[in-house]
Design a binder for this molecule. Sequence first.
Ligand code: SF4
Length: 374
Amino acid sequence: MMAIDNLGLYVHIPYCVRKCNYCDFCSLPNGGSNVPDEYVSALCTEIISYQKEKRRCLDTVYFGGGTPSLLSVSQMQKILGCIRETFDISSLAEITFEANPGTINGDKAYGFKALGFNRVSLGLQSIHENEMKKLGRIHNFEEFLSAFNLLRIAGFDNINVDLMYGIPYQTKESFESTLRTVVDLSPEHISSYGLILEEGTPLFLQKDTLQFPTQDDECDMYDLCREIIGQSGYEHYEISNYAKSGKRSRHNMLYWNLAEYIGVGAAAHSYLDVHRYYNTDIVTEYINSMLDGDFSRAESEVDLPFEYVMLKLRLSDGFLLSEYEALFGKSFLSGREEIVDRLGKEGLLEIENGALRLTERGFYLSNSILVEFL
Ligand code: SF4
């Protein structure tokens, strides 16, 4: 039903040196040792299981985590070898790995480049040591800088830097200096997300004893991203993402465009044939079932019209009303004229050249706007 020519592959590596204070992702602290070989074997078994299906061509491959840069070059080579045995990888494919400063050395930077990676996503969050400490990150700005320079020297010309606002004790001034320092480095892509306090994390448990930026401060920080990154040659193409020309994250664009992807590894999701499939997020359980040849996954149907709108409205392009009608056989506006008219008058959305999209102001309030469309 949707454009399914492009297929993405997501590979989850659920190990980190240490668990960050705000993290509720599927990731186990391993003190910085190598990723266990049995996890790599389980991943390879799962990847190869897709050989049973029609051979498809991958447009993007994304190693996320966790900390994929904890994999050794030979482990990465083994996993990529299985991917190449199972799928065709487009000669123009975007092949990304996420990395944490402090887990990248010369061998890995050159080694991963030689294996075919052409994009890196580097977690920085903040240049300020007190803010990094509150988050429980393992690195400081100097370590980030040496990882960034090392990756450049190794030939990576497509680097994303992750930033965060809403950190305890962060101020508008400190965030502004983080933004200015990062745009001066001129990475091809910048992601800037607001901190979410997830229940059960150490940061959540300390929330009453820490001083967080106010809601208004966070709103100003979001505006600072738009001003400073947006005025430095980056396109604000998704609520939290900015890219230089031609450098949008193609893998994430697959998600936002509801294209199909396969996720392998503990906690990975897949989206195929209008269904989502979920791997267990218990790492030992994942390893045991893969090595036993048990590839069963939980699955759920997708509410396509709702997901289409929810995901497309994250993008500055929005969606074409004619495409919605062609896909779902009904007009999006029908029955929603009043809401759309009001949100338009409030300056939160606009319809231009047949496309409905959120304005820059609407982006910040996207969650409450989407509720209106439910
Ligand atoms: S590096 Fe990322 S995945 Fe790992 S613990 Fe920190 S936030 Fe979680």
